[in-house]
Design a protein around this ligand. Structure first.
Ligand SMILES: Cc1ncc(COP(=O)(O)O)c(C=O)c1O
Length: 406
């Protein structure tokens, strides 16, 4: 009864919690931890400047604020994605034009890019959803005047043209949140990769003031709870508690960006090597599931770019027409299969005062809210989970395996 598969998982172990506790009890360790992690991220992402933050949302807000300050304060965002994209742009006080995505590879829709070119935003955000690389060069080519902000919050382990996702923008954003593949239990980073990016990072450094923001005992407790209850045998308990909003896309109003907690830095530092190993596990699992997706009559694959290697934080698939409405997937939810973002960013009332360029239509984004479904890829999948997932994928669809349409 309690068994329930997680939709997404980031490695955390007991010794990481112990390291976090020790670091939080020695507040002066914060500076050294921050310096070591910043160096590690610089090397890993070929970055020239690094700023660690309390979250990916804060890093993105600082990126948008810094980039749009260089022009007329306008930024282009994907119309479909995590609501934190909107939170970040609102917090930055930017003017937001939404663009459409291509359901084929979840990158920007070429026709939409052409419309953006006519609007000429100061900055453009590209997001590698589920770790599927976006063709960053095509965005640069279409919008040569725009500052490219690469949102690699979901990009852990993904690569494009031999470089890691997170190393491809003028500024890039990382998240170390609990569902991001590489976690400190929270936190994020802003990376500066070129002259403009370095300028944005240094301005952001002044804006947040202070390398760390507190010891992070509470966050550490939440990370420890994740370690205990984030196992399939027990995940049924927290997932049934509505006030935890697990697996839901929740909108958060903007908050002032801060530095990371000391505990989160210690947890992250300890878990980095294991998180890298997890990428290979995800790739193997995704490859196995993709074989069934290829045979499926009711879902179809999202096609990764040929020159990219997804990090497969999750495996996105598209429900074929008529298979479902409202993302109703009864029967497979216990396997970690879920719908994704339930509405486009255009539907968020909080974003309305910031919007410009409403003439850019986002029909594919609308369609993705109904059709995009994600499968788990992580190491906690048991062979019985694979059997059930494969049976669902290769079944006749809604009428055969309890997948509800309507
Ligand atoms: C694409 C994207 N950008 C930014 C964020 C924000 O990251 P964080 O949760 O660390 O604030 C998320 C988180 O879900 C995300 O998916």
């Amino acid at each position: 009864m309690l068994r329930r598969q997680l939709p997404v998982y980031s490695p955390v172990d007991a010794s990481a919690i112990a390291r976090g506790l020790l670091a939080a009890c020695a507040p002066r360790s914060g500076e050294a931890l921050s310096a070591r992690l910043s160096e590690a991220l610089k090397t890993r992402y070929h970055a020239r400047a690094v700023l660690l933050t309390d979250s990916g949302t804060s890093a993105l807000r600082l990126a948008i604020a810094g980039a749009t300050e260089e022009g007329d304060r306008s930024v282009a965002l994907p119309g479909y994605g995590c609501y934190d994209l909107s939170t970040a742009a609102e917090g930055a006080g930017a003017q937001v034009v939404l663009y459409d995505l291509s359901p084929r590879d979840l990158g920007p829709d070429p026709a939409s890019l052409e419309r953006l070119r006519r609007i000429g935003p100061t900055a453009v955000v590209v997001a590698h959803l589920f770790g599927y690389p976006v063709d960053v060069q095509s965005v640069r080519d279409a919008l040569p005047g725009a500052i490219l902000i690469e949102d690699a919050a979901q990009g852990a382990g993904g690569r494009l043209g031999g470089r890691p996702l997170g190393s491809l923008g003028s500024v890039s954003v990382l998240s170390f949140g609990r569902g991001k593949g590489m976690t400190g239990g929270g936190g994020g980073a802003l990376l500066g990769l070129d002259d403009v990016g370095v300028r944005i990072v240094e301005r952001a450094r002044e804006a947040i003031g202070g390398t760390v923001s507190g010891r992070g005992f509470r966050q550490l407790l939440q990370t420890a709870a994740q370690l205990v209850f984030g196992r399939p045998e027990l995940y049924g308990i927290p997932s049934r508690l509505p006030f935890l909003h697990l697996g839901e896309t929740v909108y958060h109003p903007p908050w002032p960006p801060r530095g990371p907690t000391i505990a989160s830095l210690a947890v992250l530092e300890h878990m980095m090597p294991e998180s890298d190993r997890e990428v290979e596990v995800r790739r193997g699992h995704a490859a196995r599931l993709e074989r069934s997706v290829a045979e499926s009559r009711h879902v179809r694959a999202v096609e990764p770019l040929r020159e990219g290697r997804p990090g497969y934080l999750r495996l996105p698939v598209l429900l074929r027409d008529g298979t479902t409405t409202g993302g109703a997937l009864r029967g497979v939810a216990g396997l970690g299969v879920t719908g994704m973002y339930p509405s486009t960013l255009a539907a968020l009332p909080s974003l309305a005062p910031f919007r410009i360029g409403a003439e850019v239509p986002i029909p594919n984004a609308e369609a993705l809210t109904r059709a995009l479904t994600v499968l788990p890829t992580h190491r906690l999948l048991a062979s019985s989970d694979f059997d059930a997932l494969e049976a669902w994928l290769t079944s006749g669809g809604p009428d055969n395996k309890g997948v509800v349409s309507g």
